[in-house]
Write a protein that binds this ligand. Structure first.
Ligand SMILES: Cc1cc2nc3c(=O)[nH]c(=O)nc-3n(C[C@H](O)[C@H](O)[C@H](O)COP(=O)(O)O)c2cc1C
Length: 192
């Protein structure tokens, strides 16, 4: 069986992002569990705000196609999203919107979402830890008919969640991340 490949996508470009930090902690756990992990920045795939006229005129931007191909090259995908005004940031939604518009010759549109397992996590300085953003993201991915695993992590009080080695320090958070990692590996393996 080929090595299991997991793609980790942080949904924030901010320097010092809590979500990028959580994505790094998750990537470490996936590697510890034996997966081949790629952690990207959406800053390397800049996209204009979706506009149907733009798509008609110029087609789907190369960065959306590249990102879709990056997703296709992995068996499982973890999206780690901030919460903005109780939902996902425009960056995350816009990226998903563009990727759903990519159509490769041998595939139906949106197949990249249906053919692999997804997991979602969020980090916020609030008590809820981005729970509402996760609910919104789950709904969006459900609309793409993506198989999203039940386990998720909403990291509360994210500024105080790590030790000085940048590892999660609260047992509940560690347990939730490990459960998410194990389940995404398990479901991704079954879908290979
Ligand atoms: C426009 C905006 C709206 C926000 N709304 C929420 C919110 O609804 N819930 C929440 O927990 N945090 C909210 N925040 C705070 C973000 O969770 C916080 O800035 C977080 O650090 C962003 O993620 P990052 O650290 O990965 O960049 C909001 C921040 C911004 C800029």
């Amino acid at each position: 069986m080929p090595a299991l490949k997991i793609l980790v996508i942080p949904g924030s470009l901010r320097t010092g992002s809590h979500n990028a930090r959580l994505a790094a902690a998750a990537a470490y756990q996936f590697a510890q569990a034996g997966a081949d992990v790629s952690r990207i920045s959406l800053g390397d795939f800049p996209l204009p705000i979706y506009d149907g006229d733009l798509q008609t005129k110029s087609g789907v931007p190369k960065n959306a196609i590249n990102l879709k191909h990056m997703m296709s090259a992995h068996h499982g995908v973890l999206i780690v999203t901030p919460e903005y005004n109780s939902s996902v940031p425009a960056l995350v939604k816009n990226t998903i919107d563009w990727v759903t518009r990519v159509r490769d010759a041998h595939e139906t549109r949106g197949q990249v979402f249906r053919d692999r397992a997804f997991a979602i996590a969020a980090a916020s300085e609030s008590r809820l830890g981005g729970t509402r953003s996760l609910a919104a993201l789950r709904l969006i991915l459900a609309a793409c008919r993506a198989p999203v695993i039940p386990n998720q992590l909403a990291l509360s009080f994210a500024a105080d969640a790590y030790d000085d080695m940048d590892r999660l320090k609260h047992p509940g958070d560690i347990e939730a991340l490990n459960a998410l990692v194990r389940q995404l590996i398990d479901v991704s393996q079954r879908m290979m």
